[in-house]
Design a protein around this ligand. Sequence first.
Ligand code: SF4
Length: 215
Amino acid sequence: MAKQMTYHQIVEIFERFQEAEPEPKGELDHTNAYTLVVAVALSAQATDVGVNKATKELFKIADTPQKMLDLGLEGLTEHIKTIGLYRQKAKNVIRMSEILVNDYGGEVPSSRAALESLPGVGRKTANVVLNMWWHLPTQAVDTHIFRFGNRSGVAPGKDVVAVERAIEDNIPAEFQRHAHHWMILHGRYTCKARKPMCGTCLIRDLCAFEDKIYD
Ligand code: SF4
């Protein structure tokens, strides 16, 4: 685990991220709060590209909880069978849609507790939805953020909860809302798992990682 950075180093890093991409966006396609929740729930242990391929046609015919119920478990399963764990995910989406129709008037609730009570929605999914749809400064730590946070020293932690807490504690307030997407995109496209692209990384002079790769 890299050692913790200073406040001024972290400010400099996020100023560079902000300058390079002032409005970072998530890469899961969605058209409303409901399709966002479904897409995030489907993305567990799957790539955003794979989920987008499957939901392209699905969301044309089922972009509300009621339309998803009208499509039914079999119809939904057919659409998402290229995604890992699709059978369980399909059951969760149908059960989630029933609850949204019966208990929330077909709308997606906007509190963490209500979101986390939905089948297939855990803390990480709730944090992504609260950040992307309601623009709250929540942090959802996935494999890319976990790796980048630890290598760079921006948010070191032994598990995802520790890294989430480190992001909340270490990153200045003005960068909190976009921190999730800056870090996920940097981890996904630059600070890659097997071969980080340190030679072209815009924070290479600040990063604490000792095994940087420059070729
Ligand atoms: S310098 Fe290398 S290890 Fe550090 S953040 Fe950039 S890509 Fe990752």
